[in-house]
Design a protein around this ligand. Sequence first.
Ligand code: 13P
Length: 242
Amino acid sequence: MPRRIAAGNWKMNGLIADLAEADAIAVGAGHGGVEVVLCPPATLVAAMAGRFESVAVGGQDCHATAAGAHTGDISARMLADAGARFVILGHSERRRDHRETSADVAAKVSAAWAAGLCAIVCLGETEAERDAGRTLEVVAAQLAQSLPPGADAAHVVVAYEPVWAIGTGRVASPAEIGAVHAHLRALLPDPEIALLYGGSVAPGNAADIFAVPEVNGALVGGASLKAQGFLEIIAALAAARP
Ligand code: 13P
């Protein structure tokens, strides 16, 4: 069975004072066979990773090389050194804001593996691509081009995040999620790789999403910033059929 993961992507949110919220998440996590991962901004990775055992910590991006003259960038090795075990790569906000291609993402995944990190690789179609009927073709190409050879369940998690569902409150329907996840599952190089859904996941829709076949967890943005809501999502995943 694929691992089951509830991952929180704090994006560019979180100050030292918000570590208390992470502590509250950690107190309620660690049950029901669900791995909980928090991906805070880079400034909080070291502080968070040293605070608790029940929640793993991840970065939100890394450079494709281990060190060098890249002002403002952070390497996978640095994230691992700070205590991270995961790193989100290829998030649509980075593909959009920093023009990251799937080839860039694949190079970063290789760097993550070299540093001993598990890569959470994000993909998803835009609204225009969905409207044009190109969803399955787009996500299949992103998957093929973003994963280096040798991807397996220990080193990769794939997150399907339709761009139009991120931060909009407009969650994809169970049928839409199911169609994409079934398509991706058949294309995965290792069938045990966990497939997460992301995009406006909230306590009120989590149980319906986790009931969709081939959904092994969620990558949660806004709703992971507050312990109460994120813990409800974690509980919904723990209660879903394995
Ligand atoms: P929201 O949950 O805020 O829609 O963000 C989803 C996301 O982008 C997680 O990576």
